[in-house]
Design a protein around this ligand. Structure first.
Ligand code: HDE
Length: 713
């Protein structure tokens, strides 16, 4: 087909590099039509294959090279397209266009990830989550490569390979996959007091999110804003999910890993497909340059956060994800982030962790994507056209016309020329640097415990319990007693009760805590063996507890309707409508995938059977009204599944609604007599039972009742 015969659609695809195969014949990579894709070329029907079969060779050669190296960290991830809108101009602080022009919308691609596991590992590993955003601004690409936790394990980039080697599967037997619960991780941690604040976060439920859509995002490091006058402010970046910050229970996480190891990936994909676009408020904490030293920690230390009580987060923008990628590999896998992809108006701080990252990311793309031309892959392209004198290299796509690839030149009319200052362009802050060349850590980085205390103190009682249990789980997997002792010794500097509790469960003799052998932090007073008795300026911070983020919404919550033949259609339809009107997702679960016949002769199509899924994959349950349905759910075939569903949902503190005439299920389950005292258990006897259920779903979980409910599922 000649170019002028191409339809507008095809021309558009050629331009944006997408392909739509519909209505098209199969071709080779050279565009040659293939009329037999079933048989290789042979010498006779039963003879050997011929080397000249270039169609076979092209197909197999390409297949042999389908894999590229996975990311060395953050290998497992999922991404989506969206937009970023600035609602309140930050021009006072930064000249970055995409932040300064009120109302401006910028296209983005966001990739969420776990850190330790391989590309095929479970989504529900206990781990930090990556929260990386590429802003395709009209001044060039800006990447904010952050995490869902606002601090990090280490203070200096030189320790990163050690940290990652320690957490990754052990080198002799490659065990365990996607888990920090093993000897080498805790050995390293026990010797790195600076990791204690991050350990508090990583052992909290923040490390097992309910969904990517319900996580906070943080830039982690302190960055700098520079405005038109060259004035500098320090800045911390925040993204706060509109749905609140929510997690699952550890017991759930381990079960979800078996039932649906793509739980987070699927959740993100389905929410976007269903039009429930994930949204975050974008916020900044701004600190004038002259206030750099007014805190009781160093702003350059990435193991510290700036408490919101000391510097409030100002919400100024919205991040929305509204389009799934067309192709996972081309987009989510090939996207290449780099904290050094900056735009004018944003600059780095001297955080020594950030400084090291500035080297790492381009370097890693060279081995992962195989060419210095990775910026030409469609997902990595800037929407600003690229003009420079770089040339050649593997897989070069851009065809630059003319003879000139140097500057200065006259033969190309001097182009591409240096931008005039007044036309924008990047300028680093003219920061005065006056110091000795030194390989050392600043004394201002030495306090490792006060913010760990701050985090622990700020947690609600159930959150603290979960954190304790996580430490007990992890340390119980550590086979070397001395490592467990050293970790407990570290915990003692954060909270004595926490240390004593963990010690008891992991077989550590608490009397040893008085003489922490080998666990003495670098900054401990050698006489008392205690770290400086520093307390954080802020004793407790509301923003650090997920409990304070609950929102009055059930949007996109997945609610399982358990039913069988004879179900009351009127009740089911009425509740389904109410829930769906509020944006929740209703999924029907029955004994099998066969249609369920309701009392009025209508039918419901189950999405799951009692054996193909589990309560851990749902936010809440409705035992649908109807005596016959209830009897069928309790017949010998269905009863174990039905009761396991209810008991597990109960154990995990989820809202459960017993519809009319389902008392027998209630009685047969662990919920039994507790129903009246329990805000998460709703029965048709409750006044306005539908509304009570909706309220219970919105509250996410009643974690406060977890201890009481700790019945075996
Ligand atoms: Fe990364 N990190 N990192 N990191 N990081 C990578 O880059 C590195 C750090 C983060 O979805 C790699 O393209 C060093 C902190 C995210 O593609 C690599 C150090 C934070 C992602 C790399 C750090 C992050 C990465 C691997 C210590 C939170 C995934 C593949 C100096 C602020 C981005 C790649 C995506 C990925 C190096 C520490 C976040 C090897 C050397 C701190 C979200 O370059």
């Amino acid at each position: 087909m000649k170019k002028d015969e191409l339809s507008d659609d095809k021309l558009e695809q050629l331009k944006d590099h997408t392909t739509d195969n519909s209505g098209e014949a199969l071709t080779t990579n050279q565009g040659l039509k293939i009329n037999n894709n079933q048989d290789s070329l042979k010498s006779g029907e039963r003879g050997p294959s011929l080397l000249e079969d270039f169609i076979l060779r092209e197909k197999i050669t390409h297949f042999d090279h389908e894999r590229i190296p996975e990311r060395i960290v953050h290998a497992r991830g999922s991404g989506a397209h969206g937009t970023f809108k600035i609602n309140k101009s930050l021009a006072k602080y930064t000249k970055a266009n995409f932040l300064a022009e009120e109302g401006k919308e910028t296209p983005v691609f966001v990739r969420f990830s776990t850190v330790a596991g391989s590309a095929g590992s479970t989504d529900l590993a206990r781990d930090v989550r990556g929260f990386a955003i590429k802003f395709y601004t009209d001044e060039g690409n800006y990447d904010l490569v952050g995490n869902n936790i606002p601090v990090f394990f280490i203070q200096d980039a030189i320790k990163f390979p050690d940290l990652i080697h320690a957490v990754k599967p052990e080198p002799d037997n490659q065990i365990p996959q996607a888990a920090s619960a093993h000897d080498t991780f805790w050995d390293f941690i026990s010797l790195m007091p600076e990791s204690m604040h991050m350990i508090m976060w990583a052992m909290s439920d923040r490390a097992i999110p309910r969904s990517y859509r319900m996580m906070e995002g943080f830039g982690v490091h302190t960055f700098k804003f520079i405005n038109d006058e060259g004035k500098v402010h320090f800045v911390k970046f925040h993204f706060k999910p509109k749905l609140g910050v929510h997690s699952v229970a550890w017991d759930e996480a381990t079960k979800i890993s078996g039932k649906d190891s793509d739980f987070h990936r699927r959740d993100l994909w389905e929410a976007i497909e269903n039009g429930a676009f994930p949204e975050w408020d974008f916020g900044v904490q701004i600190i004038p340059e002259e206030d750099e030293h007014k805190f009781d920690f160093d702003l350059l230390d990435p193991t510290k956060l700036v408490p919101e009580e000391e510097v409030p987060v100002e919400l100024v923008g919205t991040l929305t994800l509204n389009r799934n990628p067309d192709n996972f590999f081309a987009e989510t896998e090939q996207i290449a982030f780099h904290p050094g992809h900056l735009v004018p108006g944003i600059d780095f701080s001297n955080d020594p962790l950030l400084q090291g990252r500035l080297f790492s990311y381009t370097d890693t793309q060279l081995s992962r994507l195989g060419s210095p031309n990775f910026h030409e892959i469609p997902i990595n392209r800037s929407i600003n056209t690229v003009h420079n004198n770089q040339r050649d290299g593997h897989m070069r796509q851009q065809i630059v016309k003319g003879k000139v690839s140097y500057e200065p030149n006259t033969m190309g009319g001097g182009c591409p020329f240096q931008a005039m200052m007044k036309d924008g362009g990047f300028t680093s802050q003219e920061e005065r640097i006056d110091g000795k060349k030194i390989r050392a850590r600043s004394q201002s980085f030495v306090d490792h415990y006060s913010q760990a205390k701050l985090f622990y103190n700020s947690q609600s009682a159930p959150e603290q319990k979960h954190l304790q249990n996580a430490l007990i789980f992890e340390l119980s997997k550590v086979t070397i007693p001395a490592i467990r002792e050293r970790v407990v010794g570290q915990l003692a500097f954060i909270n004595k009760d926490l240390a004593a509790l963990v010690a008891k469960k992991v077989g550590v003799d608490v009397t040893k805590l008085k003489q922490p052998n080998g666990s003495i932090p670098a900054d401990a007073d050698p006489k008392t063996l205690q770290s400086p008795e520093r307390e954080p300026a802020t004793k407790s911070s509301d923003a650090l507890s997920m409990k304070n983020t609950v929102k009055d919404t059930i949007e996109s919550r997945v609610i399982g309707f358990i039913m069988e033949d004879g179900v009351n259609a009127a009740d089911v339809n009425a509740l389904k409508n109410k829930l769906e009107k509020r944006g929740a997702v209703v999924q029907i679960i029955a004994g099998s995938l066969a249609p369920v016949t309701a009392d009025d002769g209508s039918s419901f199509t189950p999405k799951h059977s009692l054996t193909s899924t589990a309560s851990v994959c749902f936010d809440a349950l409705y035992l649908a009204s109807g005596k016959k349905s209830s009897d069928n759910l309790l017949n010998s075939e269905n009863k174990p599944g039905t009761i396991l569903f209810v008991n597990e949902a109960y154990k995990h503190c989820k809202a459960i609604y017993f519809g009319r005439e389902t008392d027998e299920i209630l009685k047969a389950s662990n919920v039994g007599s507790k129903k009246h005292e329990d805000p998460a258990i709703v029965t048709s006897e409750n006044k306005n039972s539908d509304d009570s259920f909706i309220k219970a779903v919105a509250s996410h979980r009643v974690w406060e009742l977890e201890m009481e409910r700790n019945n075996p599922a």
